[in-house]
Design a protein. Structure first.
Length: 467
């Protein structure tokens, strides 16, 4: 399986949502703190301006120098708060002396606003306290921002802690809620194909129960479809086998009769071989239609190869070099014999030189390897020729066949938990090996050498010349 799991995807989505909410809280808190702080400072500045205006109103009969002194005293007090104040009365800058005015541009701008004063950001409030009297108060933003930082940091830390707590809680809830789905996945992965097994109906979650019911219905339809095809193939094969057997019998009877000419005998012999090929093709189709083997019995691959060799003609036997060791496997002897027969027949058909059949056990695996000196198979076609009715491009018309041999051997190997190995030999030729898990340990394995090969008395006659 590829990609992220559902548990991680859901947990990630929840975690991102929690982090998004936490970040939004921090941002809103920072903005709210800034707005509230600015509004409070503006209110303080307006109150200061009105207080100063009231004092000036109370001293409206004083001399200009006295008014300047009063304003300068207030300016000195506000410098501790880093505020700048300018008071204008009747166009005269009170308390400013001969110094330049930095707040004069705001005399005509009522209210409070953000501005740059001397290149630094500030809040500037302009208040008309009496007819002809205007007070302008500039408060730098830096002190305000420094005062907001602890509050914002506290909110951010609280949000992060809450996010961690919620993430832990959500992760636990997600894992708990997805447990039925994980059990469903493990149970589904353990189903064997066409075994008749079904998923339990109750999983503790309504959606998964519905999914299980849908899967069970799908499996039932697949089983019914495969069983219908299997019955059709089996019935068709049996229906073909019966008349084919009769036909072969009648031809063999004619061969036994006297008076047939040499050409007729040759053609009748060819017809018999054709019947044999058709019979093997039907057997192969029946075997390919099987999708499982039973518990099986202990079968010796050496005996299987010996049985195949005993069924060959004398001329073919002379071309075979047979080396066998004990190679016990558990399986179906008929299917294994059919696979071995196809591998040996293929080697004899494609190679005019000697064919080597080696049966051995290596560790926990037994192999029946057939090597020839034929044309081999191009590397690009080694996988494709394992398919039914597919033959190598370079030899498809030179040798008679139906393209079922390697497909059958591959299928039988897989039914027994093994595989079919195809490898071109150096120079020329092919080695096809049926690899099947070994069954048990033999009592003589320890004393027969590391390769497990021993001559078999009943197959000595099958040893051909080495070429």
């Amino acid at each position: 399986m590829s990609g992220a799991s559902i548990e991680r995807s859901v947990a990630r989505a929840y975690l991102l949502s929690i982090l998004g909410v936490a970040l939004a809280i921090v941002v809103v808190s920072a903005i709210g703190t800034a707005v509230v702080g600015a509004a409070r400072d503006d209110a303080d500045a307006v109150a200061l301006a009105r207080t100063l205006g009231s004092e000036l109103q109370n001293h409206r009969g004083d001399t200009p120098d006295a008014l300047d002194e009063l304003v300068r005293h207030e300016l000195e007090e506000q410098r501790w708060f880093r505020r700048e104040i300018e008071v204008w009365q009747g166009g005269r800058h009170l308390g400013g002396g001969s110094g330049a005015s930095r707040l004069r541009p705001w005399l005509a701008r009522p209210g409070c606003a953000a501005a740059l004063v001397g290149g630094a950001p500030a809040r500037v409030c302009r208040v008309a306290t009496a007819p002809g009297t205007v007070v302008v108060v500039a408060s730098p933003l830096r002190p305000m921002i420094l005062a907001w930082v602890p509050l914002v940091a506290t909110v951010a830390a609280s949000a992060a802690l809450a996010a961690l707590v919620f993430a832990a809680i959500v992760g636990r809830l997600v894992r708990r809620s997805l447990r039925p789905l994980q059990r469903f996945e493990r149970r589904l992965d353990g189903l064997r194909s066409l075994s008749g097994e079904r998923l339990p109906p109750d999983w503790g979650a309504r959606e998964i129960d519905q999914l299980a019911a849908t899967f069970n219905a799908l499996l039932s339809r697949l089983d019914a479809s495969v069983e219908q095809e299997r019955r059709f193939v089996s019935n068709a094969a049996h229906e073909l086998r019966t008349p084919l057997t009769r036909l072969r019998g009648q031809i063999e009877l004619v061969l036994l009769e006297q008076g047939a000419g040499a050409e007729s005998l040759r053609r009748l012999g060819l017809a018999v071989r054709t019947c044999e090929e058709l019979g093997r093709a039907i057997d192969s189709l029946l075997a390919l239609g099987r999708d499982a083997v039973g518990a099986g019995e202990c079968v010796d691959l050496g005996e299987v190869a010996s049985e195949v060799l005993r069924s060959l003609g004398e001329a073919e036997v002379r071309r075979v070099r047979f080396v066998a060791g004990e190679a016990p496997v558990r399986g179906d002897e008929v299917l294994l014999t059919l696979a071995a027969r196809n591998l040996i027949d293929n080697a004899l058909k494609y190679s005019e030189a000697a064919v080597e059949v080696v049966v051995e056990r290596e560790g926990g695996r037994c192999s029946l390897a057939v090597s020839d000196r034929g044309p081999g198979i191009p590397d690009a076609e080694l996988d494709r020729v394992r398919e039914a009715f597919v033959r190598g491009q370079q030899d498809s018309g030179r040798v008679r066949g139906n393209g079922l041999g390697l497909a059958l051997a591959e299928h039988v190997a897989r039914l027994h938990g093994g595989s079919l190995s195809l490898a071109n030999r150096p120079g020329r030729g092919l080695t096809a090996a049926l690899l099947v898990p070994a069954y048990g340990l033999t009592s003589s394995a320890a004393g027969e050498g590391t390769d497990g090969r021993t001559p078999r008395p009943d197959v000595e006659s099958h040893r051909g010349p080495e070429k």
